[in-house]
Design a protein. Structure first.
Length: 280
């Protein structure tokens, strides 16, 4: 099955399981009976060290005990759709909107953003460093069949990678040759790309904290097509009555409020801010 087919099946599954539109979670109050909130989360927020910085501040401000399940965005949304979690922090807009439309949660709130970067051997065998856009770089990689490692895991990073290949490109036709799929997270994928001397797409935060770089470097960045927005969504209390909706609402209110947004902006390991707060 093609990657586009897999995405279509996921959207169809959400539609089949859809419920009536969910009313917004009640506004947080001073009293939160259940202190434990489970976040189904993308891996980049974990790998970058953001949660190590952010969650103690959130717990101190809200009185909550916050637990994170860090998986790819697609898996995080599927877990949340099965009521395994109180809220999600993810970065794949089309999948997020399908999740909300199907009644699994909402409303979706902008939280923060960073960017994707195209990583490859410093010697740049495909000659992509001078490309004028990310799509042009990916077209060159495909044309020259330069080794490329994909996460292949239905994550937000994987979804963005698939959107950048030339029209008509089918990963399955090249899978196992110059195009390799790891089915793993960002750290493992970066390790494999370095070991193979291959190109890969990474979120900038994960790359900044990655230690096993070898001779690999950022070869392309700054294209608007590489902007990487993150969202926060509460799981539907109507569909999942046993979740901690009140705790999730309290945490989301803090994350998207002045305190949480300032804490996100202040996360700057090595003096470089890795995420830009975007809540309105």
């Amino acid at each position: 099955m093609t990657a586009s087919g897999k995405r279509a099946l996921w959207a169809a599954a959400l539609t089949l399981l859809s419920a009536p539109a969910w009313a917004e979670t009640e506004a947080p109050t001073d009293h939160v009976p259940d202190p434990v909130v489970v976040i189904q989360s993308t891996t980049s927020t974990q790998n970058s060290g953001l949660y190590h910085h952010l969650l103690p501040l959130a717990e101190a401000a809200t009185g909550l005990e916050i637990r994170v399940v860090a998986v790819g965005t697609g898996q995080a949304l599927q877990n949340a759709a099965r009521c395994d979690g109180d809220m999600v922090i993810v970065h794949a807009r089309a999948a997020e909107e399908a999740f909300v439309t199907a009644g699994f949660g909402g409303p979706r709130r902008d939280l923060m953003a960073n960017s994707f970067v195209l990583i490859g051997p410093a010697e740049d065998p495909a000659g992509i460093a001078d490309a004028d856009s990310a799509r042009a770089a990916f077209a060159t990689i495909a044309e020259r069949q330069a080794r490329f490692v994909s996460r292949g895991d239905d994550s937000g990073t994987h979804a963005r990678e698939l959107s950048l290949w030339p029209d008509g490109f089918d990963p399955e036709e090249s899978s196992g040759t110059w195009y390799r799929e790891t089915g793993a997270g960002m750290g493992a994928t970066l390790n494999i790309a370095v070991g193979m001397g291959a190109y890969t797409l990474s979120d900038a935060a994960s790359w900044s904290q990655f230690g096993n770089r070898g001779t690999h470097a950022v070869l392309l960045q700054g294209d608007p097509a590489l902007i990487n927005p993150y969202s926060v969504i509460p799981v539907s209390a109507a569909r999942c009555p046993r979740i901690n909706a009140q705790g999730a609402a309290a945490l989301i209110a803090w994350l998207t409020g002045a305190g949480g947004q300032a804490a996100i902006a202040a996360f700057a390991p090595g003096g470089t801010a890795l995420f830009e707060p975007t809540a309105r």
